[in-house]
Ligand binder design. Structure first.
Ligand code: OOG
Ligand code: MG
Length: 265
């Protein structure tokens, strides 16, 4: 990956992102100050953030693919998928009350999550490699939180901000990939009893397992593999919907059951 930032700038930006994430403060997009920043620079900041969280005792549980559906790419104004890391501190139980006091602009999106039984290593990882290495899939809702003010961002800034990762909820009914057709799963999202988004899982790069293969291939570029046991989200199927305290959200997935949560102050 093409790097233009020096070590000092990477550490500076990492601290800025960490501050925005932990204090729930909006910051200007990083490219305002570093207009030449590349996607590779964004990943260098993200990897520095991951090291900081691991050093502080967070446990990584997996990874996520992002910007893998047309709806998300249009919503975010970008055209290349991205990846981010997921930790134990981001996980929330199904049906729980999720605080918004420690988030900037929370939004929810429906995703298919994969749990891996075998490790995968790119480059050259394919859909079939992913399906063979998958233990089971389950429905998930990701609560993303772009830390950039006025929703002004670009891909290098979003990648540095760990793909807006904030919280996630897994639930529903776990299934083996051989028992369902992952390409044609319908998904609807309801907020306070009203339908707010609907789509089919094929929205994710044509097949959610293709998004996981892409993630494994990006990981290889970063010098990483995907360990067995990882929890991996394949990317928002629908666009992301804003939530505020008092909102109840339920995501209903064909074949995979539903995942619900509510938002509080
Ligand atoms: C970037 C988050 C991307 C997805 O599933 O597409 C992502 C954003 O929308 O702020 O998690
Ligand atoms: Mg997502």
């Amino acid at each position: 990956m093409n790097l233009t930032l020096g070590r000092e700038d990477i550490v500076r930006l990492c601290e800025r992102i960490e501050g925005a994430q932990t204090r729930a403060r909006a910051i200007p997009k990083l490219t305002d100050e570093y207009p030449g920043m590349t996607i590779g620079d964004g990943y260098a900041v993200q990897m520095a953030l991951r090291q900081r969280f691991l050093a502080a005792g967070h446990t990584q549980v997996g990874w996520k693919a992002g910007l893998t559906s047309k709806a998300k790419m249009v919503q975010m104004g970008v055209n290349v998928p991205s990846i981010g890391f997921l930790t134990d501190r981001m996980a929330r139980p199904e049906n729980s009350a999720i605080s918004t006091a420690d988030l900037v602009h929370p939004r929810v999106e429906c995703e298919v999550a994969f749990v891996m039984k075998k490790a995968l290593q790119g480059p050259g990882c394919t859909r079939q490699d992913v399906l063979d290495a998958t233990d089971y899939v389950l429905p998930a809702v990701e609560i993303i939180d772009s830390r950039f003010s006025g929703f002004k961002f670009d891909l290098p800034s979003v990648v540095a901000d760990n793909g807006s990762s904030a919280r996630f909820v897994g639930g529903g009914r776990a299934r083996y990939v051989t028992d369902i057709n992952l390409e044609t799963l319908g998904v609807v999202m309801e907020k306070n009893g009203e339908l707010v988004a609907m789509a089919a899982s094929a929205a994710v790069l044509g097949h959610p397992a293709d998004a996981i293969a892409m993630l494994v291939n990006i990981l290889a570029e970063l010098g990483e593999g995907l360990p067995a046991g990882s929890f991996v989200m394949s990317g928002g199927i629908t666009e992301a919907i804003a939530v505020k305290p008092g909102d109840n959200v339920i995501a209903r997935f064909q074949e995979l059951g539903s995942v619900s949560m509510r938002f509080v102050e």
